[in-house]
Design a protein around this ligand. Structure first.
Ligand SMILES: [Zn+2]
Length: 355
């Protein structure tokens, strides 16, 4: 039987990774290893993400504890007390696995237990009409209990209508998917950035070495010039003129050297973070991870509002650029002949969560 996160593959008689469940497992190890949860609060967190036991209820603590000890997640199988490398892909890194084992053994209380509440998006939006905060409440009816979000009307009367929780979630996810980079594409881009970084480093090294050589050369020439002058081989006037030229060259070279040292390649890390962030957006939407969705939107969106049952915000510049680029590409593609259009659309879909 495949552990949670994997699926049995009847044709290969092996197990394959289940892309969504594997992400949930990864997140469980990461957050538990960081000490954010007790087993019981982790169970609640995973339930929100859709991980349930056979009865459809949250995973019980004993099952969860057993799950978090499965070496299979590192790609290891155990037979008769001995460990072997399995021929399937691991889901969890060695360091994350070890962090979890440490937590399971220690009696230390988690640093902060996230309280599960059912209004995850309170505090995210304000009313687009009157500017008051958006709050949430339960409603009973149609044989169930529902959550809906509405204007608090704290700033005076407001005509804005409520929005159901599910409709709100769909809109939030829809907007995130528009700028989300898929795993494969994010990995490809990060690999490219690493390549650029290496190229720039080696190019920079050559450049710096070249400068050093030129400076040494100028020094040599200066020394020779002084010797010649002292030996009376050249006139004072020529000596002074030549010396001024060389000193000026040397000053220029020194300035170039210090400019170069200061500049560095400080665009690399922001670029990396941007790619990872765009990838996070996709994972948050894919997993229905409301906490992650909310924090992503808070980090990257301003003027977050609800108006006429529509969610909106202004992306910060990085994501504004991405959203605009995608829209533009979409428009260009729409103008193409059908054959070209299909191919390019596929490419766009392969990069982003939604085409
Ligand atoms: Zn309002």
């Amino acid at each position: 039987m495949a552990p949670y996160g994997y699926i049995n593959n009847a044709s290969t008689r092996n197990i394959d990774i289940d892309p969504v469940k594997a992400k949930i497992v990864k997140l469980a190890f990461k957050e538990f290893g960081e000490g954010k949860h007790t087993l019981s609060s982790l169970s609640g967190r995973l339930f929100e993400l859709g991980a349930v036991g056979r009865t459809g209820r949250p995973l019980c603590v004993a099952v969860l504890a057993q799950m978090m000890r499965q070496k299979a997640y590192m790609g290891i199988i155990t037979r008769k007390g001995e460990s072997y490398e399995g021929n399937f892909d691991p889901i969890v890194s060695l360091s994350d696995f070890e962090a979890v084992q440490k937590r399971l053994k220690s009696k230390a209380k988690p640093r902060k237990v996230k309280k599960g509440h059912n209004f995850p998006f309170v505090g995210l939006l304000t009313c687009g009409k009157c500017g008051a905060a958006i709050t949430a409440q339960y409603a009973h009816g149609h044989g169930g209990t529902y959550v809906y979000y509405r204007c608090t009307k704290r700033l005076g009367p407001c005509s804005q209508k409520y929005i159901g929780s599910n409709a709100l979630i769909e809109q939030l996810k829809g907007r995130l998917e528009k700028i989300a980079l898929k795993d494969e594409w994010a990995k490809y881009m990060l690999d490219e950035v690493t390549k650029w970084e290496k190229e720039e480093k080696s190019g920079g090294k050559e450049f710096a070495q070249n400068l050093e050589m030129k400076i040494v050369e100028v020094d040599k020439k200066l020394n020779m010039l002084v010797d010649e002058y002292l030996e009376g081989n050249i006139e004072k006037e020529i000596y002074l003129k030549k010396k001024d030229e060389l000193v000026k060259t040397k000053t220029d070279l020194n300035k170039k050297r210090s400019d170069f040292g200061r500049k560095g390649n400080n665009w690399i890390e922001p670029m990396r973070e941007w790619i990872k962030e765009a990838n996070r957006a996709g994972n948050a939407a894919l997993l229905n991870d409301f906490i992650a969705i909310k924090s992503f939107v808070k980090r990257n969106g301003t003027n977050r509002r609800l108006w006429g049952r529509k969610v909106g915000w202004d992306w910060n510049s990085d994501f504004k650029f991405l959203a605009e680029l995608k829209e533009k590409l979409g428009e260009e593609i729409a103008k193409l002949a059908p054959e070209g259009r299909e191919q390019k659309t596929k490419f766009l879909e392969s990069c982003f969560m939604s085409g």
